[in-house]
Design a protein. Sequence first.
Lengths: 442, 122
Amino acid sequence: MDRRSFLSLAAGSGLVTAVPMSARANPAPIASKARIVIIGAGAAGTALANRLSMRLQGASITVIDPRSQHLYQPGLSLVAAGLKPAKYVTSDTSQWLPDDVSLVPEAVEAVDAEAKTVATQSGQSLPYDYLVLAPGLVLDHDAIEGFSLDLVGSHGIGALYAGPEYAAKTWEAASEFTETGGLGLFTRPATEMKCAGAPLKHTFLIEDIASRAGAAGKYEMHYLAPQSALFSVPIVAEKVRMLFGARGIDAHYNHTLMAVDPGAKTATFRKITRNGESGVASESLETLPYDYLHVIPPQRAPEFVRQSGLSWADRWTDQGWVEVEPDTLRHRRYPEIFALGDVAGVPKGKTAASVKWQVPVVEDHLLAALSGQEGTAIYGGYTSCPLITRVGRAMLVEFDYNNDLVPSFPGVIAPLEELWISWLMKEVALKATYNAMLRGQA
Amino acid sequence: MQELTFETLIAVFEEIFGRGLFWTMVVGAGLVTLAYLYVLIRDRAVSWRKFLLAQLSMPIGAIAAVLFVQRMTHSQFSDLGGPVDVIVLLGVAVMGAIGMAILVYTTEALFGRRRNDTAGEP
C-alpha cells in the first residue's frame, strides 16, 4: 500500500488518481530527552528531522549541514537537457526544517563513535544519544586527469551531477552538440553512484533532442561504462541494451574514463579486455576524440565518514560507504548510529525514492530504541527510477535488493514500457511528492 | 504516514501548472461553476437550445485541453506508448470537453439571454 499510494499520488498528474484520500492518523507523541543528531539536511536528513519532530516531545534534534541551499537532485537531468531552469532544483535548507529542530550550518570534521560526539569544523563538539548519517556523497572530480569543473559548459564538456549551475552549463555544451552534431561520448564511473539511471537518461535525452534538432543525421553517440552491463538490474540492462540498439547508441563495456584533454578534445579510457580462451584480463588505454563528453566522476563517502572508522572494512574499500545492516540501515558495530541515502553501504538505494522508503525504517527503529524495544520495519532495497528515454517518455523502473522488479501498478503501468504517463510522473509530479516527503508528510 | 493527502495533491497540480496559473484556473473554474449553477437555478430548467451549442463546442474543448497539457509537459502525440497513455489522454480530453460545455452553456445563458427573451415575447 505504501508504494502504491506514493506513486498513485504521482500518477495524479496524469489525472487517473484512483486511490481514496485518507485522513492522517497522528500517533501519540513519545516523550523523550534523547539527543538526536542528524548529519546532512538533504532529502533523507530533512525528511527524518520532520518525522522525528512530529513523533517526539522533549527530544533535542540537531541537523548539521554547511550548505544553505537544498537541492532537488532528481531535477538535475531535466536542467541538463534544457527542460527546466537551474533554479528549478534549489530552495533554502532552513525552509524545510521545523522550528524545534536546530540547524548547525557547519561541516562535520569527525565522529567519535565511542565517546558519542560529533566534532564540527569550528571545533564545536555535539554529544548524541543517536546519530543519523545522511551527508550524501562526494564527487571526486580530481580523479579524472585534466578535468576541472570550470571546463563544464565549454570545450564540449558536460557534468550534470555537480550541481544546478553545472547542470545548466552542461546543457550549454550539450545543446551545441544537438545543433551541430559530431561525436558524443557518455560515461559513468566505476564506483557506486547516485541514481545509476541518470547517465542513461542524459544519453537518451540528448539523442532524442539531437534527432529533432540541427544535428539530425550528423551525430554519432557512444556510451562507455566500466561495468559489463548497462544497469545493475539484469532485466533492465537488457531492455536498455535493446533501446540503445534501436536508437543507434553504441554501448562499450569495461571502459573507465581516466583523463580528458579539453584542448585536443580527446578522452582517455582504461579498457579491460579478457582473453576469450584463458580468461586473463589485460588493461590498455584508449584515447577517443569527442565533440561532446559527459563526465560523471567517481563517487565516495565524505572524508569524515571514512576517517571516523564507520565504513565497511572489506567492501567498497575505495569508496567508504557506512557499514550498515541492509534491512535496518543500522550500523553493524554501533547500534546507536544509522545511515540514510547516498552514504549508506547497501547495494542499492542511492535515489530519492529509496530515501522515501528508508526514512520510515530508521524512524521505526530509532523510536523503538527510545522505548527500549526493537523496531520491526524492514527496508528491502526499494529503488525507483523514472528512466527517461525521450522528451515525453519514460520507463518507470522499480526494483529491490534481489534485482526483482517491484512494479507499483502491475498491468497498468508496465515497468519496461516507454510510456507518456511515466514521463508525466517524472516531469511534473515527482517534485511535489518529493517536497511532501521533505516535510515528512508522504 | 505514506498517504495521499489533499495538500500533496494540490502541491502536485501547483507543480504542473505553476502556482499562479493553477490558482487562476481554480478560481476561473470555480466562478464558471457558480455562474452555471446560478443560471440553472434562475432558469429552473436546462435550455436544450443552449445545450445543443454547448455540445457542439465539446470537441473544441477536448482538443484545447489536450494541447494545453502537452504544452505544459513538453509532450506530443507520438509520446503515447501504451493503453494507459491513451486513457490519460482521453481523460484530459473528456475533462476539457465537459469544462468547455459548461463554459459555453453558462456564457450563453448569461449574455445571450436577451435575444432568447425577446424571441419569446409578443
